[in-house]
Every structure is written in C-alpha cells, then in structure tokens.
Write a protein that binds this ligand. Structure first.
Ligand code: ATP
Length: 303
C-alpha cells in the first residue's frame, strides 16, 4: 500500500505539489493522471525519498521509503528509463541490482525472461538500447527484488502496441497477485484500460480520485456547490455514490434531477448541475484539468 497524507512541495514561491492525499491499495492498479507539469513526477519522487516534501508524509507499506531496510525487496521503482549506466550491458545492470539486494543469481535470468529481453539484447550496452528496451530493462530492475509495490512513471513510453499490451498484462497480473501498482501516464486510454482506481492531478492538486468505474459512470452528473460536504452527506444518506472533484464539485452517480432534488432538500445552493454525458476518461481528464491545460480549453469546463 502507498499512502500520501497532505503532501506538499514548494520551490521558492512555486507550489509544485499542493496537499496531495491518496492511497494506492494492494490488489489494484492506481492510475495517476495529469497534464504536463501537474506534479506527477514530483509526487512519485517524494514517495521514494528522492525529493523531500515541504509538508506531509508519504509511506510505502506503512513506512517511509528511507526507513525500509532493503527497499528494492519492498518497492520496485521505474521513474526514468534513461537513467541507467549507458556503458553497461542490461545483464550487468541487473546483476549489480541482484547482488546489491542479496538475491540468488537465477533472478537475473528470471526477470530478463519476464520482461522479454533476449540473451542477445541483454548482452548489449544500454547506450545501444531503444527506448522500449530501456523501459523493459527498467521494469526488470524494478521487479528483480520481487517487491509487493510498483511505482512506475510513464512506463509505456516508447513501447510499441504489442509492448503496451504486454505491459498491461504484466501490471494486471501483478495486482491480481495482491501487489500495489501506482502508474503515471499521459496515455489516457492506456490508463483507462488497465487502472482500477484513478487519481487525477492538476496544478499540483488532486482534482478527482476514486474507482475508475465510479468516475466514468455513464449515468452521472457533475454538480458544483458552495457547500460540498453538506451535499455529499445528503447524497450519501440517500445511498447515491459520488466522487469528489476539486474543492467545490462532485461527480454523482445519479441523474441531474435526483441530484437537484437532494440538494434542494438539504438546503444546499447549487452553482452548476449537468449531465456528465458518459464522458470517457479523456473528456473527464480535459474537464477536470481545464484550468491547467496549455491548449484548447474545453467549453463548459469546471474551474
Ligand atoms: N527542482 C525543481 N525546481 C523547481 N521547479 C520544479 C522542480 N522540480 C519540478 N518543478 C516544477 O514542478 C512542477 C511539476 O513538475 P513534475 O515534473 O512533477 O510534473 P509532471 O506532472 O510529472 O509533468 P510531465 O507530465 O510533464 O512529466 C513543474 O512546473 C516543474 O517545473
């Protein structure tokens, strides 16, 4: 399990990550989505102790990453597939990791096989690897310690379609065996296919999180209100599932009529109420992060 509690990171006056709170659960793939510069990499670096949070805490299996005695046995990390020694062969890189973690030598062959790098490829220097091969090697390094948690930043980057499908199967199997997967990507469709839970970040803040099925529920409404918590309690009391969006909105699994009546009965002012239109993940992603997009602000986007 990965737990973040009110994690923030500032650089001078700039807030890269702003009170981020979420949990990635065992047995589930959690997709971490957001536009360029939203704060995904910074958040992941905080989880693995490469960046210090300004406030808040992040733990893996209940402990801070730096307090894990043999972190590679607990957490497999792939943040940058190009951050590997270019002059070493793939096999050498894995052998160093195997020795460092005190693993049996056979683990090197096992993970090479698991990520589909051939003996010939594993004998080549990393500088001669394609990006897809580097991703496979990075994944092999993440998997070699047989961890229960995987943290992967854009792992499908550079993979061909067959490779993307292979990666999807690998992550699914890992989660089905009880592992925790936190996966960032800008490949929205890829995340939509593989993730069980979604965390969407924009401008350093979480703008939506919850089960993918809830967030993408086709019959649903988006409601914006001055008193989100009161409305959330009223909807909850009526047995209507919802996800929180930004600071003042809810994505509700009920039609606008039902949401309007519930809000009226609870005495909550509604600022905006409309059908979610069964929007796919891409539409939802664009709407939720509209104020952080560089291009093409969608019409009627939530602030
Ligand atoms: N060391 C740093 N000093 C100053 N600003 C930084 C530093 N590291 C990150 N940032 C800023 O923090 C913001 C978030 O960056 P981050 O790399 O976490 O975004 P991201 O969501 O991973 O983006 P992308 O999808 O483009 O990789 C960006 O505006 C970035 O410029």
């Amino acid at each position: 399990m990965i737990t973040l509690e009110s994690v923030s990171r500032t650089y001078g006056d700039f807030t890269a990550v702003d009170h981020v709170t979420f949990t990635a659960q065992p047995g589930r793939v959690t997709g971490f989505l957001g536009p360029n510069g939203a704060g995904k990499s910074t958040t992941m670096r905080i989880v693995v102790g490469l960046t210090h949070p300004t406030t808040g805490s992040a733990t893996v299996s209940g402990r801070r990453y730096v307090d894990l005695p043999n972190p590679g046995r607990e957490v497999g990390v792939l943040l940058d597939a190009s951050a590997q020694h270019a002059g070493r062969t793939g096999r050498e890189i894995l052998t160093i990791a195997q020795r460092f973690m005190g693993l049996p030598r056979a683990r090197v062959e096992e993970v090479l096989d698991r990520v589909g790098l051939t003996p010939d490829e594993s004998a080549r220097r990393v500088r001669d690897y394609s990006l897809g091969m580097r991703q496979r090697l990075g994944l092999a390094t993440a998997l070699i310690g047989d961890p229960s948690v995987l943290i992967l930043d854009e792992p499908a980057n550079g993979l061909d379609p067959a490779g993307i499908r292979w990666m999807r199967g690998l992550l699914r199997d890992f989660a089905d065996d009880g592992g925790t997967v936190l996966l960032s990507s800008h490949l929205l469709h890829e995340v939509e296919v593989v993730a069980d839970d979604l965390v969407v970040i924009g401008n350093g803040r979480i703008v939506a999180q919850g089960a993918k099925s809830d967030l993408l529920a086709s019959a649903g409404s988006m409601v914006r209100t001055t008193d989100r918590d009161v409305l959330a309690r009223a909807l909850d009391a009526a047995g209507i599932p919802m996800s929180h969006v930004g600071t003042d909105a809810l994505m509700v699994q009920a039609d606008a009529d039902q949401v309007g009546h519930t809000a009226f009965a609870a005495g909550v002012p509604v600022l905006e109420l409309r059908a979610a239109d069964g929007a796919g993940l891409e539409e939802m992603f664009l709407q939720l992060t509209a104020d952080t997009q560089r291009d093409n602000q969608p019409e009627g986007a939530l602030a």
